[in-house]
Design a protein around this ligand. Sequence first.
Ligand code: ADP
Ligand code: MG
Ligand code: MG
Length: 871
Amino acid sequence: MKEILGGKGANLAEMRTLGINVPPGFTISTEACRLYYEEGKKINAEVKKQADVKLAELEKKMGKKLGDANDPLLVSVRSGAAASMPGMMDTILNLGLNDKSIIGLAEKTGNARFAWDSYRRLIQMFGDVVMEVEHSEFEHILETVKDTKGAKFDTDLTAEDLKEIVTQYKAIIKKVKGVDFPQDPIKQMYMAVNAVFNSWNNYRAIRYREINNIKGLIGTAINIQAMVFGNLGDDSGTGVCFTRNPSTGEAKFYGEYLMNAQGEDVVAGIRTPLAVSALEKQNPKIYKELVTVCNKVEKHYKDMQDMEFTIQQGKLYILQARSGKRTAAAAVRIAVDMVKEKAITLETAILRIDPNQLNQLLHKQLDPISVNKAEVITQGLPASPGAAVGEIVFTAVEASEKAKKGLDVILVRTETSPEDIDGMHCSKGILTARGGMTSHAAVVARGMGTCCVAGCSDIIIDEKAKTLTIKTKGITLKSGDSISLDGSTGKVYEGKLNTQDPELSGYFGTLMSWSDKFRKIGVRTNADTPHDAEVAKKFGAEGIGLCRTEHMFFEGERIKAVREMILASDLEARKKALAKIYPYQKGDFAGLFRVMEGNAVTIRLLDAPLHEFLPKEKKDIEELSKEMGVDVKTLNAKIEDLHEFNPMLGHRGCRLAITYPEIYDMQAEAIIDAAIEVTKGVGGKKVKGVVPEIMIPIIATTKEFTILKNRIVEIVDRKIKASKLKITYKIGTMIEVPRAALIADKIVEAGAEFFSFGTNDLTQMGVGLSRDDAGKFLKEYVAQDIFANDPFEVLDQEGVGELIRIAIKKGRGIKKDLKIGICGEHGGEPKTVEFCHREGFTYVSCSPFRVPIARLAAAQAVVREKAKAKK
Ligand code: ADP
Ligand code: MG
Ligand code: MG
């Protein structure tokens, strides 16, 4: 129904059938809007014919005629599309007044002030919206008259004052447009219909649809409705209300109203509105009626309602009802409360919440009150949610130093690189000038749960001078100045804003436990450190789906040993360096096993190309040369030697281990030794059922897998045997090179016990899009609908998804119970989670802060599937 009548029209009609007091009217369908545009912005002849008939019927019903000189019918012409777009399109009130009917209205109601107030409102709205005279022209006249008459509020103006305003309004229209305000009411009506259809494509409306991803609608409907009047005196008024609190969700009637007012006066802020609770004192009878009616509507629609009402001389009318917009906190509370009230089912509650919205609840947030007072100085991509407040620092080293002193810092970089990892870790937030949603900064920050605003092209960072300049504003900030980041919106504020902590128990906890009852797919996390694992466990992670070991190579002292290994001239020296890394790795793995208490832990062996571990800057190279006792020339030669034109397709992942097998040997040892120690309880608590899953990255051929697997199995089996413990482990592979997907059966035959789809690389290689460069043009691709979404954010189910389907079919064809997971950035994206459920994945794995999102999305997938099966 909404598709044809628009949300407003459909609900008005439905409320009338419920016996609610809604002023009568009729709706011109969205289809008419489509025709309007098709026929070159002209109202279709048949539409007009039908509208004329409907108007005649309305006139008959009301016993009044539009523009009648003695007792005129007045109508509103209201926009309303299928999706709610509050305030984005136009509406005109009091239509049908002209120089003659105004006299009739004044006489009939015995209230000249009211009649002239309505007329001046009509001319003002019509002049602005339909005739396109600047709104300020009317405001100026109104203010001037108010001033000369000493009127504080518009309600202080007399009929005579308003009459004078009307004269001036008409004059300004004539002056600006060279034509008169139209006196023919039918002409007024159709001009208004034209204008409302046009408002479907005004800039505001188009932007709103873009931002809210509203697609596929044909246009707005138009509601022509008999007017009721809140401006008839002190026994009349108008207001908006919510059946529950839209910011907290509390089941308490909430709203605002104004007496002797009309339409948008309440929201326009011309007078300060009163809380509806005041109405309870002022007019308890009406208040009670309002609450009763609103509750009835909520019961009917089974959701929190946002409603408009008007009181005309003590009689209540409802003018609109729609599902109210709400914060994430309110959404969760309302859904949970309504299940407990038996108003909705568990299934409905689960479907009611947008999983992505949960993001708002999981992170520290900027306090809304301080946000309202603060100024946005610039905006980038909302790369990793949460809030960060702190002093700006320009290098990772500075970040570490200041953080050690207990200061809150925000790391500001043109872009980040793996060397910045330490500094990123101890920063409250990260701001970069370059890079997209899958840039290094974005991916790492999301993994850490650190707030990040990336790709803020409006800023210039001068690392030497330690300044950050905001181009558009001409503001320059320096080291030590404070800023606040909102990683959920990408907004950057000057100064220190207040923050709020997330609330994970209560209503949120209830919703999560319900989700777990429904979902079939497991939810694991991507975590590289025991700390991240701990956070993820709190959010409900049932294991680790991806531990990236290269991150463990960067921290503090380790990088030295890693560099030593890279620079080693022979195998002997390399082994010596690797032996230094081994204890760190073992310690990290043991930490993860302990946190996960027997839940699966998937460890990916080293994936990064070696040059990532060497410095780039001259200064750093010199420093390293001193430290390692290697001359600068040799060092530069090595760096040159490792340089790759396309590192993403270069010497990385298992390819590295084919050339330097001792690297994976060391990692395999560290993993199994950690498992043995944790099982025995050496150096910490004892854990039962530790099952390491060793995962080999970038496999493209069966031979790569066989060679590396055999080495690992030899080491691991030997160590287990020596330990005399019964430890099981699994060896599997990431499927991230398209070739691997196509020969998945053979990889399983070669002994792979699980697959984990690395969808970042699978997208990069499958679609042929560079993760680091595609950001520049992907926006255009999405705008032109070549891709419905950025394929690095939402899995391309058609193409990359097909590679996945092939791999699953082939893999499970050999081993029926092959464990299948996903560990790319997509693992926490709701649409992708639904895809994984459908395709029979064992689990999804995502960054800690997306675990609850994945849990809810996985439950929704089941609920939707069931609903579909019923049909
Ligand atoms: P929006 O979609 O921007 O809210 P509306 O069509 O709902 O626009 O109308 C704007 C204002 O005018 C609302 O406050 C509404 O209640 C009021 N209004 C609309 N139609 C009438 C009417 N027939 N009688 C009285 N007030 C009306
Ligand atoms: Mg409205
Ligand atoms: Mg990868």
